[in-house]
Design a protein around this ligand. Sequence first.
Ligand code: BTN
Length: 254
Amino acid sequence: MLRIIHRPPFIIHHHTSLGSTNDQLKQMSDAPEFTCVVADEQTAGRGRRARAWLSIPSDGLYLSILLRPTLPAQKIQLLSLMSAIAVAETVARYAVAGLDIKWPNDVLAGERKLSGILVEGISSTTDVPRIIVGIGVNLNHQSFPPELSDTATSLFLECGRRIEPDEFRDALLATVAKWYEAARHNDGQLIVRRWQELSSYARGKQVTVTLDDQQISGETVGLTETGALLLRTQAGGLRTILAGEVSRLRSRDN
Ligand code: BTN
């Protein structure tokens, strides 16, 4: 079943069940900017690095937004940071302890993952790119399967009450709209500054970054103005990380 809901500037296409909201939006070739696809459940929810995203009916928010930003290509990464800021600020309304963002866009509570974001570009017939921002937020899970139980959490587990997905969706979309305005006005500095305020990963964190063919360890020393992560490697060099999987080095790993 499909319901259309207007939440300016967004037009929400709310489905009961879909394979993946990102895939559905990709197929909507005439969709205008700010089209948003939401599903109560996904049967083939996708995460980064070809992982599956657990998408149980009504336990999570599964949502994708179409953006058509007139930004220089190297600043598209800011959309990923902006989306994580919007999720973190929305989660903060629920007084969650230990809120954090792991570069570039995993929102954590107490070091466990509360939300993941999958940003995908799709081919466009014009100069303006079509970008899909897919956001999954764990809202009402009371437990997770064994393979996720050490690393995932939900708002229910963090704040002890059920969250109405539509209420969270509307608050999140309003926050995305606010930060997208900053991105569109090329106010990358504001986004980078806010991301660094919200993330303990911005500076002074010992991490390992997994790239396609290697792993690099070092200490984070901030972001560039386009949102890349700066890493002081154990050999003393400075690396600019454009993409990769960041994991925290625990003291026993040092
Ligand atoms: C990750 O952390 O690996 C990213 C997870 C992104 C999941 C969301 S849920 C809504 C949208 N549809 C998908 O298939 N994936 C994203």
